[in-house]
Each structure stands twice: as C-alpha cells, then as structure tokens.
Design a binder for this molecule. Structure first.
Ligand SMILES: Cc1cc2nc3c(=O)[nH]c(=O)nc-3n(C[C@H](O)[C@H](O)[C@H](O)COP(=O)(O)OP(=O)(O)OC[C@H]3O[C@@H](n4cnc5c(N)ncnc54)[C@H](O)[C@@H]3O)c2cc1C
Length: 294
C-alpha cells in the first residue's frame, strides 16, 4: 500500500516548528528521518494531513561535549553520526553500541535520535542506555522549555510526556562516574530487527566492591525501565572474582526477569523473553565488571 495524501511544510527554526505543530494540532506530525512515520502512514496507523519537516533546523543536528556540561546530542542527529562520533565512542561507548545495532545502514543514516525517543516504542534502542546514563530530554513547546529526566519521559507504549506542539530539541547526558563501565546488549531474531529484549548495565567498582550499578531493560514492559530491585541485589556486594560471582549475577538476572512484564507477540513469547532478560542482564554485568577490572 502506498502513502496516503499529505502536505509538507518545512521550517528552519524551533519556534516556527512549535507554532506550526501546535496550530495544525492532531492533523500534523513532525517529519525527521521518516523511518517510523512513513511505515505507520503506509499501514494507515497514522493519517496526518500535514507533515512539518524539521530536518532543516541546523541547531538540532550536532553533538557537543564539555567536561562541565557533559554530552549534548541534538534531536536531529542521525543514528549513524552517533555511531561515528569519536567523543561518544570514547566516553559514552554504550550509546555507540546501541547505535551500531539499530536497524540497517539505511535506517541508521536516515533515522534520528529524537525520532527514536518520540516514537516511544518499548523497544526504542536508545532508551536503556540513556536510562542508565541518567540522561534528560530537552523539550520545547508553546509553553516554553523543560528538561525531562529519561525515567519520566515514557508513559506507555507509543506514549511519551510530549504534549501537542512540543518537540524534542536535544538529549543531555551527564558525565558518568569516573571508571564506570557500561554495556548494551540486544536480542532479536536478526540484527536489523527491533529487539525482543534488551538490557543496558553500568557498573562502578571500588576495589572488589560494586559501588554503583544501574540496569535498564527494553522491549519487556509497556515502557523501557530501570530494574531497581535487581540493582539493589548487587549494589554494595563484594565480587570475589570466582564462581560465587556467577551465582550472584545469575540471581540478579533472575530478579530483573521478575521485574519485567513482557507480552507474547510476533517477536517472541513472554516466557522466553523473561529467560532472555535474565541472560542479557547476567552477560551485560559480567562484561561491564570485566572491563571495570582492567
Ligand atoms: C527496517 C526498520 C528497522 C528498524 N530497526 C529499529 C531498531 O532496531 N531499533 C529501534 O529502536 N528502532 C528501529 N526502527 C525504528 C526507527 O527507524 C527509529 O526509531 C528511528 O530512530 C526513528 O527516527 P526518525 O527520525 O526516522 O523518526 P520519524 O519517523 O521522522 O518520526 C517518528 C515519530 O517521532 C516524531 N518526531 C520525530 N522527531 C521528533 C522530535 N524532534 N520531537 C518530537 N517528535 C518527533 C514524529 O512526529 C513521528 O511521530 C526501525 C525502522 C525500520 C523501518
């Protein structure tokens, strides 16, 4: 099925984009990379009369880092640019990992970070890494600007806190604790597919003690989320470097699986997804701990 009829209007400022988006109301959608939007339009799940093309807003397509302010990624930054960024590769490697496994090269070149978050899919690739990095989303709308913590951004499948006329302008990622190590792991039938289950894990060791741990899961609940009980089970624990660690990390994985609320769908059964969560969390923690020890 082809695309339904629509009009498109382009803008090169955030202010005009907000005003147009607000003015057209439910008849409008923002157009960034179009990789999600056009699929939904072809499937008649979305029928906007007007697309507001925001790709020409130059200020939203950039990656900036400084030691005081941390990392700022503009909403229109392409997934591939995140993958290719040297500063992200060196300081926020978990974001490079997520970018590297999102879709195909074509999707990575067209798709944007803002579109990935605004789409609010439970399997949004960037959600688990941004949750463990305790990032915030800068949103601008007719009512002004606000910074929304990642753990408050998603409210349900396909639903975020964004209100009518509001757009994401950038994502702010604070510097992680020094020497913290983070890993992102995704499980899908084929690499290009959206995930059946995904986990991001961050570990900070103080000698043999796990000082800080953050675990976030994707595709196994109505929204991506932090697995707080699993984190509690590991925080402050001594890691002896022997077989006892494996038993502890398996237990943490089981707790994370219990915290998840997956559904049966085309991509997999809920019971299988829970098993995958337990495995991804254990493996992610093992890899992060191994890196932290080096
Ligand atoms: C074959 C294929 C494979 C895919 N694989 C994956 C995958 O593995 N992992 C994954 O997470 N996703 C995947 N996707 C989904 C999609 O490509 C990504 O979510 C992408 O990042 C969406 O960005 P976009 O710029 O194309 O969004 P668009 O399609 O342009 O927009 C999506 C929605 O977000 C809104 N929007 C866009 N930008 C903003 C903004 N700045 N502020 C507010 N609202 C905005 C739009 O109005 C629209 O409703 C896949 C898609 C396809 C077609």
């Amino acid at each position: 099925m082809g695309l339904p009829e629509f009009d498109m209007i382009a803008t090169d400022t955030v202010e005009e984009a907000c005003s147009l988006f607000f003015g057209y109301g439910a008849d409008a959608q923002l157009f960034a990379g179009g990789t999600d939007l056009f699929i939904k339009m072809k499937q008649r799940r979305l029928l906007p009369r007007m697309l507001i093309n925001i790709k020409r807003i130059p200020a939203l397509d950039r990656i900036r880092y400084d030691a005081d302010e941390g990392l700022r990624i503009g909403a229109l930054t392409a997934i591939q640019s995140i993958r290719d960024s040297t500063v992200i590769g060196e300081k926020f490697r978990v974001l490079s990992q997520a970018a590297g496994v999102l879709g195909t090269p074509q999707i990575r070149n067209l798709g944007t970070l803002g579109g990935n978050l605004a789409n609010a899919s439970p399997s949004a690739e960037f959600a688990p890494p941004l949750l463990i990095l305790e990032a915030s989303v800068r949103c601008v709308g007719p009512g002004g600007e606000r910074l929304v913590p990642m753990n408050e951004f998603f409210v349900g499948p396909g639903k975020s806190v964004l209100s009518q006329g509001e757009l994401i302008t950038e994502v702010h990622v604070p510097d992680s604790p020094l020497r913290a190590q983070a890993i992102y792991l995704k499980h899908s039938l084929r690499t290009m597919d959206v995930s059946m289950a995904a986990a991001a894990a961050l570990v900070l060791l103080d000698g043999d003690v796990c000082r800080e741990v953050r675990i976030a899961l994707g595709a196994v609940a109505p929204t991506p989320f932090r697995a707080g009980k699993a984190e509690e089970a590991l925080r402050g624990k001594r890691l002896s470097g022997d077989s006892k660690d494996r038993a502890l990390l398996e237990e943490v994985g089981r707790i994370a699986a219990d915290e998840s609320r997956p559904i049966d769908d085309l991509r997999g059964y809920a019971s299988y997804r829970r098993k995958v969560v337990a495995m991804l969390v254990r493996q992610g923690l093992e890899q992060a701990i191994a890196r932290a020890r080096n």
